[in-house]
Every structure is written in structure tokens, then in C-alpha cells.
Design a protein around this ligand. Structure first.
Ligand code: GDP
Length: 543
């Protein structure tokens, strides 16, 4: 098969959800439907799946790979579909209780997101931020309302909340028959907003195997389900009457979002999620080079990499020391163009150095398999690729360099230092490595010196990761201290001088050379902005 047809049959997506919304359960259910596993529970192997912070830290200590971004790949053929099976790449997002930059970076490596919402809770604050990031970057979102087998909210109420909070219009594709807690099946809504069929689900013991599905016409459904059917049709058509019907272009621009109700636990609606991904989620596309890199380059460079050009890929996550016995560094890469063959010689665009890809893996959960060939949309882990950082490009043939990974606005700040002065050297070394992996952003200035830099993070859990890894991998115990800042702005050398004279403001240099000003709070910032409109204070935004 050509690279182009391999790319066309691929669907690469991530599930984003608030902790507890059912991401692990859904991942298992998807794997079950794809016949990767025969019984739910096999990928995680833990009966009580809820990972608490301490659990998670234990896992990290144990270098548990399950907290790292990894990808599950499987083939899937929708019912009655005649062509080659689809190849689904489900990219995992960190499962811990707050959203760090890792999650945002994963979003840059996928072509769509599945937004998983708990039917009883609706949109939850932590997740809202992520949904807005998807929306801002135009990443297509498929909305799944999960746990419909439990008592929850009114479906129209949940739709309304998504419209108001994210400015995203859900378009019903599979509307629930039976209220939350009485999940009988799904009414399918066609592109004209008409309900055209009904799938009824039968529970299996504990939901651990695929739930049998029976299909009915609308008339049959009405006599089978009575009022529940009528209500479902009325609600779905009410939305359609309001213009909430699927439109491929509006979906791809993240203006609308196809909506599916499901129960990951009972395996209801899981088939429908997969079928929807195959039918409408975008296939991988080529990617443009970073215009600044093209301009600065002395050698010829591709301005755009087409899918069937030579191999190129972009690194979106680097993780060291995941395997205690090997002490390796794993760089996760998404193939952008061409065919990747293990062992091929590739070049790292940022350093112009070449290296061999003898050790390339697919990674999911604790399982690693050697990968021999990969195509656009696939995710592979490159072992001992220590020089690679998130956002880096690797390629073969003509040079290409993709735009750098966006840095996200940190909101949490702390200093970090080695507990014992004797460990200073190891501390420096560890800091350098973790900085290159982008675990946190590191801010320095002359005043504070190098022994206790300020770490800036998108979520507080990133500090804990940093400390745990310092201890486990470099044997350095560290202490953190709070700093009195909560807002960061990018500035320039000229403004930095004046800003540095203000009370409650401190100026730092980030590792990438950017000058960063930290402010006590947003009121302080607003005050200085009013008093000194001439100074540069740019938000560190997501794009
Ligand atoms: P995660 O934190 O998003 O990965 O959530 P989990 O998959 O670990 O699920 C959190 C809890 O919700 C677990 O106790 C699951 O059994 C439960 N759960 C997940 N999906 C469903 C569902 O569809 N229905 C019900 N009733 N419970 C669910």
C-alpha cells in the first residue's frame, strides 16, 4: 500500500477528560471493540482503577510507564465496511489529577480529540481549560457524554452547557433512548437532522465483554421503547430544528462537535464512537515548515511536507528513565510524512546531526513492541534519543523543520534547590536534563543565582514530578519554596529594566532566552499596565 493510502486510513486522536470521567474505562472499551483484548480490565489490570496521587507517585517511582504519554494502535473495520481496515492511534494523555504541559503537547500531535464528559457532572473546571485550548487551535472535537447508565443530568441541559461554556455547538449523532440511569440504546441522527435508526444494547455481566446490539427501524423502535423513544426523537429533532446538524467543515473548524452518548463501563456506544472516528475524524495531513527556520536556513529546505514526501516526524514528548533496567530516554514522535523504517538514518533538524533509529518502539501501558514501519499519524518511541526535545523535527532526505511547540502560560511558581549542598553538581545535571525534556519551565536571574532557580508550571503536579524524578533518577533530594508571584508576562530588554524597578515584580531569563517578568497578582499587573502603557508585557499564550 502506498504511503498516501496508509495515511488515509489512519485516525490519530486523544481522549481528554477530567479525572474520573472514565478515560481508562473508555480506552479499555475501545481496545475491547478492536479485539486488542478479550476482556475489559486487561490493559490496566487493576480492579480499583482510581489512581490517587500517592498511587501515581508510586508508579512514577517504579518508573511506571502508564503515566507517560503513550499510544495504543489497533486496526478497526466498521460494520459492513468493505475497504482496508482503519488504523486507530489513540494517544494517551497523562492521567494524573491536573493538566500539565504534557497534555497540551499531546494535543499538537493528534488530528482530533474525544472530549469525555461525565453525565452527572457536566463540564468540570480543570477540563474546561483544555477544551478551550482545542477550540482555540481549531482541533476537531467529538463529544462523548459518558456514564449514561447512571442517574445524571438532562441531555439538553448538557448540550446547553457546552454551547455556553466552550462556544462549541454539539450536533447529535447518537442520542440516548432512556433517561440517564435507564440507558436502553441510541437513536442515530443523519446529516439532515432526521432520526433514521435505533440501536438497542443488551447488558453483559459487569460490562466486561462487547454489549450485543440489535438494530431497529424508527417504527419498530417506537413500538419497542414507547415514550422513551418519542422523547429521544423529540429532543434530537429539536436540536436539529435549531440548526445543530453535522456539517463536516464546521466540525473540522471546531465550530460544531458531533455528540455521542455512551457508557464506557457497559460498552454502550463504544462501537459508535469508533465508527464516528472512522467516518468523520480527519486523516493525517502534511505540515508546513516553520517560516522563520526556512528563512534562517542556509541550505535548501522544504516549505511544506506532503504526506507522501520522504520521512519526517515531530517529537512531542521526551521522557527519561522509564525503564529502570535500561535507564533510557524515550522520545515520542508523530510521523508527519513518508514511511518510517526502523534502522533508517535520520537527521535532527535543530542540530543537523544524524542518528540511527535502531531502537524504535510502540509503547502502550507497560508493553513495548519493536516497530518496523510507521506511516503518517503513527506514534513511535525512539529509545536513547537524548538530544531530542519536544517540538523538534527529525527527517530524512530534504531538510524540513516544523514550527516549535507552543509554550504554555505557567500559573504556578516555586523555587527548587538541592537539600544538601554536596549534591549541587547532580542537581545541576538533573536540572539540565529535565529542562530539556520540558518537565517545567526554568527561570533564572543573577540575584537568585543558579542554586535555586524558579520553576514555572502549568499545573502544580509538575513540581511533584520534577522532585520525584530528581530523587529517583539522580538521587538528589530537593526542597521547594514558594515565591510571591502568580502571573507571568514576556517582556524585552528595554522594558525589563523599568519593570525590574517596580515593587512586586521580578525579571528572569527562561532557558530559551526569553525575558519573563513575574508579577504578584493580576491586579499588580493591571496597575503597572495602566501606569506604564509603553512597556512590553505580552501574555504567554497557548499559540
Ligand atoms: P479516568 O480517571 O477518567 O481514567 O476514569 P476511570 O476510567 O478510572 O473511571 C472512574 C470511575 O468511573 C471508575 O470507578 C469507573 O468504573 C467509573 N466509570 C467509568 N465509566 C463509567 C460508565 O460508563 N458508567 C459508570 N456507571 N461508571 C463508569
Amino acid at each position: 500500500m502506498s504511503t498516501l493510502s496508509e495515511a488515509t486510513r489512519r485516525r490519530t486522536f486523544a481522549v481528554i477528560a477530567h479525572p474520573d470521567a472514565g478515560k481508562s474505562t473508555l480506552t479499555e472499551a475501545l481496545a475491547l471493540h478492536a479485539h486488542v483484548i478479550t476482556e475489559a480490565g486487561a490493559t490496566h489490570g487493576k480492579g480499583n482503577r482510581k489512581a490517587t496521587v500517592s498511587d501515581w507517585m508510586e508508579m512514577e517511582k517504579d518508573r511506571g510507564i502508564s503515566i507517560a504519554s503513550s499510544a495504543l494502535q489497533f486496526e478497526y473495520k466498521p460494520e459492513g465496511y468493505e475497504g482496508e481496515p482503519y488504523v486507530i492511534n489513540l494517544v494517551d494523555t497523562p492521567g494524573h489529577a491536573d493538566f500539565s504541559e504534557d497534555t497540551y503537547r499531546v494535543l499538537s500531535a493528534v488530528d482530533a480529540a474525544v472530549m469525555l464528559i461525565d453525565a452527572a457532572k457536566g463540564l468540570e473546571p480543570q477540563t474546561l481549560k483544555l477544551f478551550r485550548v482545542c477550540k482555540a487551535r481549531g482541533l476537531p472535537i467529538i463529544t462523548v457524554i459518558n456514564k449514561w447508565d447512571r442517574i445524571g443530568r438532562e441531555p439538553l441541559d448538557l448540550v446547553e452547557e457546552i454551547v455556553t461554556e466552550i462556544d462549541l455547538q454539539p450536533t447529535p449523532l447518537y442520542w440516548p433512548v432512556g433517561e440517564a440511569g435507564d440507558f436502553r440504546g441510541l437513536a442515530h441522527v443523519d446529516d439532515d437532522g432526521e432520526v433514521d435508526s435505533y440501536v438497542h444494547f443488551t447488558r453483559t455481566a459487569g460490562g466486561s465483554t462487547i454489549a450485543p446490539e440489535t438494530f431497529y427501524s424508527p417504527d419498530e423502535a417506537e413500538s419497542k421503547e414507547g415514550d422513551a423513544w418519542e422523547t429521544a426523537v423529540m429532543e434530537a429533532e429539536l436540536l436539529a430544528g435549531d440548526g445543530a446538524v453535522h456539517d463536516q467543515q464546521m466540525f473540522e473548524q471546531c465550530i460544531t462537535s458531533p455528540l455521542i452518548f455512551a457508557s464506557a463501563m457497559l460498552n454502550f456506544g463504544v462501537h459508535q464512537i469508533l465508527d464516528t472516528l472512522c467516518a468523520i475524524a480527519p486523516a493525517p495531513e502534511g505540515r508546513a515548515s516553520d517560516p522563520a527556520a526556512v528563512e534562517a536556513s542556509t541550505s535548501a529546505m522544504d516549505e511544506f511536507r506532503e504526506l507522501d514526501d520522504e520521512f519526517s516526524g515531530v517529537v512531542f514528548k521526551v521522557q527519561a528513565g522509564m525503564d529502570k533496567s535500561h535507564r533510557d530516554t524515550l522520545a515520542f514522535m508523530r510521523v508527519v510524512s513518508g514511511e518510517f523504517d526502523r534502522g533508517m538514518q535520520v537527521t535532527h533538524a535543530q542540530s543537523d546531526r544524524s542518528f540511527s533509529t535502531k531502537y524504535a518502539l510502540t509503547v502502550f501501558g507497560r508493553t513495548r513492541d519493536t516497530v518496523d514501519t510507521a506511516y503518517p499519524g503513527d506514534i513511535i518511541g525512539l529509545v536513547n534519543a537524548g538530544s531530542l526535545a519536544p517540538g523538534d523535527t527529525i527527517y530524512s532526505g530534504r531538510k524540513v523543520q516544523f514550527p516549535p511547540m507552543p509554550q504554555f502560560a505557567p500559573e504556578y511558581f516555586q523555587t527548587l534547590r538541592a537539600k544538601s549542598l554536596g549534591k549541587y553538581k547532580q542537581f545541576r545535571k538533573a536540572l539540565e536534563q529535565l529542562d530539556s525534556e520540558g518537565v517545567v519551565q526554568i527561570l533564572r536571574n543573577d540575584l537568585r543565582g543558579d542554586a535555586a532557580p524558579v520553576m514555572a508550571a502549568v499545573g502544580p503536579m509538575q513540581f511533584e514530578v520534577m522532585q520525584a524524578r530528581m530523587e529517583n533518577e539522580y538521587n538528589v533530594e530537593t526542597v521547594t519554596e514558594p515565591v510571591p508571584y502568580s502571573v507571568a508576562r514576556r517582556t524585552d530588554a528595554e522594558s525589563a529594566e523599568e519593570l525590574g524597578r517596580q515593587r512586586g515584580v521580578e525579571i528572569f531569563t527562561r532557558t530559551d532566552g526569553e525575558l519573563i517578568a513575574l508579577f504578584g497578582d493580576k491586579w499588580k499587573l493591571a496597575f503597572i499596565e495602566r501606569e506604564h502603557p509603553e512597556l512590553t508585557m505580552e501574555p504567554l499564550v497557548a499559540d
